[in-house]
Design a protein around this ligand. Structure first.
Ligand SMILES: [Zn+2]
Length: 250
């Protein structure tokens, strides 16, 4: 039995970047039909090169990440303060998300549905493509099973919003309706830019309070279990932010 457990753990610890990228991406996203010879083929008929992992400085990679870059940083399931430039999930290729969730604001809007979010008795607009809304529903239902946990994520600060990331001209993951921000309790409600930081090259000290509350970390684990990453694990911490990124959790 123990041996079986170890084997299972081994399977789940495989990371997209080192595993078979084709298997990984097609498993994570139903709208990806295949990946052949370094090209991703999407259900909408479009295609995109996986590309190479860049050796440019991190701030440059953020601006023009390939899909290979996007997969190159491992999202840790541990709760330890991240090192500088540990921002798994912040490297994003816009074309990849457009092909998955909608190329324009209108196209994304047409893919949005209301998710009933039990922890706050509210509705959250989320993209139904690639099971994103379905997975968010599972997160909320599971959190709501433990009344101690609901207070952390009862208040949404917004999900869909076709906009660029603060301080950049890159589209935010909120543009695709696959991210949601919550008004967290004060100890957890931290964002690097609110602390006066503007560049990944000189990031603010990581707030230890983010990892101090074991009940809150249970909330994070439930999100991760269903394919969401938490912005609180980034060196450029964005703790209110949860984003559907199943390819980083396979
Ligand atoms: Zn956000």
């Amino acid at each position: 039995m123990l041996k079986f457990g170890i084997v299972i753990l081994g399977i789940f610890s495989i990371h997209c970047a080192v595993a078979d990228v084709a298997d990984c991406l097609t498993h994570a996203y139903p709208n990806i039909t295949s990946v052949k010879n370094g090209t991703i083929y999407f259900k909408d008929g479009s295609s995109l090169a996986v590309g190479e992992v860049s050796n440019q400085p991190f701030t440059q990679r953020l601006k023009n990440a390939s899909v290979a870059d996007q997969l190159s940083q491992r999202y840790s399931l541990d709760f330890t303060p991240p090192k500088q430039y540990q921002d798994a999930g912040r490297l994003r290729n816009d074309k990849f998300f457009k092909a998955l969730y909608g190329n324009t604001k209108t196209q994304v809007q047409n893919n949005l549905v209301n998710v009933y979010w039990k922890p706050g008795n509210i509705k959250i607009r989320f993209n139904q493509q690639n099971n994103a809304s379905l997975q968010l529903q599972k997160v909320g239902d599971e959190i709501a099973q433990n009344p101690k946990l609901t207070k952390y994520v009862a208040k949404s600060l917004g999900s869909f919003n076709w906009r660029t990331i603060a301080g950049t001209n890159r589209l935010s993951s909120h543009s695709f309706g696959v991210a949601v921000d919550f008004h967290l309790p004060k100890a957890q409600h931290k964002y690097w830019r609110w602390d006066g930081c503007t560049t990944e090259d000189k990031v603010c000290p990581y707030p230890s309070s983010l990892l101090a509350d074991s009940e809150f970390l249970q909330v994070v684990k439930i999100f991760e279990k269903h394919g969401f990453i938490w912005g609180g694990k980034w060196a450029s911490y964005d703790a209110p932010h949860f984003e559907y990124r199943p390819e980083l959790l396979i």
